[in-house]
Each structure stands twice: as C-alpha cells, then as structure tokens.
Design a binder for this molecule. Structure first.
Ligand code: C5P
Length: 408
C-alpha cells in the first residue's frame, strides 16, 4: 500500500528507550510512501545514533538549531514549512512539558513552536514509565497539549524497560503507522456509530463438525477500519476468522448465525449505520448432536435436516430504527453472475436503502475486489481495488447518503 504517498513527515525523536522503535517506525513510514525528515534531540542521540536514522530515512538528520547547512541558517523554519505533519515519537514526559510551555531551546522544540499551527499538525506518541504517565503533571500536560490542538496518540500497556508493568510505553511501530494513516483520512463519520458484521458463521452438526461458508472476513474488516479512520465509533461482530482487529475497533467474536443475530441486535440499539458483510449460513442443522456422531461399520450415514437461520440484515432493516432511517442499513450480495439484476432484487427483498454487489468467486480470500452500489437513485461502480481502498470509498458514499456532518 501507499497510504502516505506524497506526504512529508518530520519525525522528531526525544530521549527515551523507545527510540529503538522509532527506527522501525521510520522504515514503515517510508515504505508507506512518505518522505521522512528526522530531527533528534541530544537526549535521543544517547539512545540511537543519527547514523541509523539517516540510513533509514535516506536524509541527513538535523539535531541543532545552529545547523549551517541551511542557507538562511533557520532549520526550524525551513523544516517545519515543508512538513505535512510533525510526529514526535518517542515523546518524553520532559518534552511534553516543554512543548506545552512553548519553550524553544533546542531545534525540535523550536521547530514545533515555529510551525504554522493551522497547517502543520503536531502528532505526539508519548513514551515513559507508568508512574510518570500517571503523574498529575503529565495528565495535566496531555490535556493541555490536546486543547492546544496536538493529536496525542494512546500509549501501550505491558512490560516496561524499567522492569515495571503498566501504561506508558510507546505504541509499536505498526500501531503508530496505522494511527498516522488514520489521522490523514477525512473525518466524514464523526459522531456516528457504525456496526459491521463480517466473516462466515459456523453451524455445528456435533461438537467436532459443522458447516460454514467461504468468507475470509477481509472486506468487512477493511470496512470497519475505514469507518474508524473516518472518525466513527465502530463495533465489529466477527464470525470465526483469523484477522487482526483494526485499531480502535470494538470486536465481538461469535460463531453461529444465532450468536451473530444476538450480538448484532444488542449493538444496533446505539448504532446509526449497519453494514452487513457477513456470509451468514442460510441454514443450520436441526438439533445439533451433544456428543460426536460416531461412524460405525454398518454403512449407515447420518441424515441431516436443516432449519433456516434468521436473516440478520432483514431483521434490522425491518426494525423500527431501520425503517425510520435512524439506522442506515447496507447489505452485501455475493453473486456469481447477473450482478446488477441480483443486487437490485436483493435490495428490495431485504428492504435496505443501499445494497453492495460483488462477484463472490472473484474475491473470496483475495485482497482486492470490485463493488457495485445499488440504491433507489441508481447504480455506481467502484472499480477493482484493494479491499481497504474500496472500504474507504464505500464509507465516503455512505457518509454522503446519510448527510453525516463530518470534516472532509
Ligand atoms: O440473502 P443473502 O444471504 O444473499 O443476503 C446477503 C446479505 O444479507 C449480506 O449483507 C449478509 O450479510 C446479509 N445476511 C444476513 N443474515 C442472513 C443472511 C444474509 O444478515 N441470515
């Protein structure tokens, strides 16, 4: 992916053991398409050398406000003017205190103060011992930095370099990368609560056997990520899949269609958008056996009978909130042919305002897809692309349709 293509990020390092993660982060930012200019404080250079950061960013590192390489001798001005964002990772407790007072006695703090505040966002990845993180001074400083307009990322929880365990360590490079990518996405769903179902369901025959559908869950997980990036609260009800939970998304794991219905109906009370991507099994075995059905040598095979599963999408679309439009319902149709006709018919049958068609066999398990959006006003093609890119486009289409008052 090239989610940061065209972006120029100034990556500031301050003193902390998490500097070792900044090397990985620098690499990840570059891999995602951005150019990275590293600026280090003297304390950061105690933990990692400028040589490493220069090699990874492919640019000489800046560490002094007196750097004569700049013709005007004003690196704090020049560096901050070119940036799409300044990301301080790791940001020590001391550096946060400095930022908040507007102090400017080294290049990094000087550059943060000199940045055009309305144009160059300041992103902060705190890193410190748990006692320092919990200290009222730090709590106060974080609140003040946020109200001054900085974006302060979460901290991780777990073992710390000092041997203690708790909150305060810096997020991992991949987590920070995802947060930076999300930061740049338009916030079209601020204030919305999006509920997504994803993956297959599993219907037990007995404790060791069952039937299921082909579905990797990738499309639904990408949509959940895109909705979160767009600023929504997101709940993802997932059938059995092996996928990591997108950052910031609340995930509820379920197995059967009945479990999925129960979890979904519960969450739908507070949701404003419901996107049903799950490949729910249409039927389940009537009376699943409590014990494993044994094979004997009689040649007899078990005869299974099935009952129909509840239709989760139709249930929510026909609920009072679905019908009134308070809960905007979006269905998916995986077809093997006649996509348009099938999608149009399914939209009416399910009673949903928007139905998204895709050709199942062409996308099962893949990282890309192509979508056909069908609503009461017409049809729109979203051409083949990665599932994440399509998820973002679909979220933008939904935001448009519900007239969400986001920030583009
Ligand atoms: O009827 P069909 O299974 O083709 O409909 C697909 C759409 O309905 C998808 O959005 C799917 O998530 C949803 N669905 C559901 N509950 C079912 C069957 C399908 O929510 N039992």
């Amino acid at each position: 992916m090239n989610d940061l293509a065209g972006k120029h990020i100034v990556l500031g390092l301050t003193g902390g053991i998490a500097c070792y993660k900044a090397a990985e982060l620098c690499r990840a930012l570059v891999k995602e398409g951005s150019t990275v200019q590293v600026v280090m404080t003297a304390a950061a250079e105690q933990f990692i050398t400028p040589v490493t950061m220069q090699a990874l960013s492919n640019r000489p590192v800046y560490d002094s406000q007196w750097d004569a390489r700049e013709a005007n001798n004003m690196p704090h001005i020049n560096l901050s003017r070119e940036a799409d964002a300044i990301l301080i990772a790791p940001c020590s407790a001391d550096f946060m205190a400095k930022l908040l007072h507007g102090r400017a006695d080294d290049l990094l703090s000087l550059m943060c103060l000199a940045r055009p505040i309305g144009k160059v966002p300041l992103l902060i990845a705190p890193a410190m011992n748990r006692e320092m993180w919990a200290h009222p001074a730090t709590v106060r400083n974080v609140a003040q930095l946020k109200s001054d307009g900085a974006k302060v990322f979460d901290v991780g929880c777990g073992d710390q370099a000092c041997g203690e365990t708790g909150d305060g360590r810096m997020l991992e490079a991949q987590e920070l990368l995802d947060d930076v990518i999300a930061f740049f996405q338009p916030k079209t769903l601020l204030g919305q609560h999006v509920l997504v179902t994803a993956g297959p369901t599993y219907e037990a025959i007995d404790p060791v056997r069952g039937i299921t559908n082909l579905s990797s869950g990738k499309m639904g997980f990408s949509i959940a990520r895109a909705a979160r990036e767009a600023g929504a609260e997101v709940t993802l009800v997932a059938g059995p899949v092996h996928l990591p939970t997108p950052r910031g998304v609340k995930r509820i794991d379920v197995k059967s269609a009945s479990n999925m219905l129960e979890a979904t109906v519960g969450c739908a009370q507070i949701a404003s958008v419901f996107i049903a991507t799950a490949a729910v099994a249409d039927w389940r075995p009537d009376n699943a056996a409590d014990q494993k059905i044994k094979k004997d040598n009689s040649g007899e095979v078990p005869r299974l009978t099935f009952v129909e599963n509840p239709d989760i999408l139709a249930t929510l679309a026909q609920s009072p909130r679905g019908k009134s439009g308070e809960l905007y319902c979006v269905g998916f149709a995986a077809e093997s042919q006649d996509l348009l006709a099938n999608a149009q018919a399914k939209r009416l049958r399910k009673g949903v305002p928007l139905l998204v068609g895709n050709i199942g066999p062409a996308t099962f398990g893949q990282d890309d897809n192509a979508l056909l959006l069908v609503d009461a006003f017409g049809v729109k093609d979203l051409a083949r692309d990665s599932k994440l890119a399509l998820g973002r486009k679909l979220i933008a289409e939904i935001a448009n349709r519900i007239g969400a008052r986001g920030q583009a």
